[in-house]
Structure formats: C-alpha cells, structure tokens
Design a protein around this ligand. Sequence first.
Ligand code: HEM
Length: 261
Amino acid sequence: MSPNPCAQHGRHTHYQHREYALILSCEGYADFKQAITNTFLDLFHSPDAPEFVEELSKECDRVLAAHNGEWTKAALNELVLVDSAIKESMRLSVRVIGMHRMVSHSLLFSHTAVIHKLTLLQVTAPNGVDFDGFHVPQGVRVAVPNHFIQRDPDVYHEAERYNAFRYAAPGGADKVELYLQQKQNSLSMPSDSFLAWGHGRHACPGRFFATYLMKIMLAHVLVTYNVAAKGPKPKGIARNEFPIPSVTATFDVKLRKSTQC
Ligand code: HEM
C-alpha cells in the first residue's frame, strides 16, 4: 500500500484515501479502547461506586425511557452524569505528555507521524515562536505535561480522587442552566486544564464520535447489568506516554432484574 499520489494525475486515489482513513481510525481506536476500559476500572473500583452507579443508572433509565428505548444523539446529549464519569477517568488517565509540536517552516502531515506521535506535526514559524517571555527557535520540539496539569491540586479539588460527578452534579440545575454548564464542561470540550484530546488546531477531530461511542457503551452496560468489581483496581502499565489499563481486573456481572425475561 503506497501513500504516494497517483502517478498519472498527481492526486491521491480513492484507494489511498481509504488507506489514510483506516490508519487514522486505528490510531483513534487505541486511545478509545484505553479510555473506556480505564473508565470501567475507575468507576467500579471507586470506594464510592455504589452511589455513583446508582445515580448513573437512574440517569440512563430515565433518559432511555424518555427517548423510546433508543440511544439517539439527543438522548446521549442528556447523559450529563455519564459524560462526567468518562471525562473524570480521562482526566486521571491521560497520555503523560501530549500536544507534541515542532517549530518548523513547513506543514507536514504524514501517517507515520500519526501512528508514532514522535511527531512530525509542525507549525509554520520561520522565526520561531515567542510566548510568556520565552523564545522557542525553529526546529525545537515542544510538548505539554498533561498528567500533571490534569492532577493540579490548584485546579482540581482532591485531584487524585476519582469523582464521577466532578463535572456535573446529579439532579442540580434546571435544564437550561444544566445545558450551559454541561456545554462548557462536556467531555468533548478541550480546555487549558483538560488536554486528553489535545488542544487548538490539532485537537482530536475524532473526539465527538469517540464521546458518543463511549457514552453508548457505558450507558448500555448500566441499563443492562449490575456490575461489581472483584478486588482492588489492578495497576495499569505506563508504556511510553500511554496510560494502558490492566487486563487482569475481574468483575461480577449480572443481568439487572428489569432486563431479565
Ligand atoms: C478516546 C478516544 C481518543 C482520544 C483520547 C484521542 C486523543 C487524541 C489526541 C491527544 C490527539 C493529539 C491532539 C494534539 O496534538 O493536539 C489526537 C489526534 C488525532 N485523533 Fe484522536 N483520540 C481519540 C479518538 C479518535 C478517533 C476515534 C479518531 C478517528 C476516527 C481520531 C482521530 C485523530 C486524528 C486524525 C488526529 C490528528 C489530528 C491532527 O493532528 O490534526 N481520534 N487524538
């Protein structure tokens, strides 16, 4: 499979576009699998799991009933607690460093860069970049310490604790207020203190899709099963910069009474 443009027309072929789409999706799905697995581990291993799960299940049951049993986009947008529970896990388990950038004179986007993230994402800056009294010359590679920013105690109260409802309190505000608050705090919204999707021009374009997918997965499990973690949360593996969850966790999973025949 060659990434080179079609020799005859100098353009990328449909085949090559499909190849790129596949490569980009593979990159995204690795992050996706890690994020949703970490969410299950954080949520069900939390000392507050019974309270969290009860409120989350109530939300899912209520929203699903109001939308005739279908997880439509509108229904998923109403799952503000589920949104918060996933975001909180992504706050705690994020790529240790992120937003790698190289100060360069040209823009280059290669699929090798997307896979390895080593990384060839480049900004156009022949004279380097100046900010906050620093001068970063062309050719220098910069990155952001995500892990420490997302656990900063000056920003996050009890920063080391998994608080499923950090970004949305159960039963609180009225609908309009809740919507505004949720939009600001929502899972797919990057901010200076939430960098799991990166930030700025190169922020993850797959984040809206990934957010809906993760919300459907967690919501489906909550309406269908009673889940309880067995034993303490196993430690994950930090490989390069990635927060890879353990695969040794075990759970008790039973069909919920309301879903049994
Ligand atoms: C939970 C799932 C995901 C996470 C945590 C995630 C995270 C990230 C991060 C941190 C970046 C780098 C952003 C930056 O440097 O500022 C990124 C870039 C990217 N992601 Fe995702 N991603 C996820 C899912 C996906 C999915 C499902 C897709 C595609 C279907 C996708 C496609 C991309 C692409 C194409 C880029 C490169 C954007 C650019 O360089 O301009 N991602 N992602």
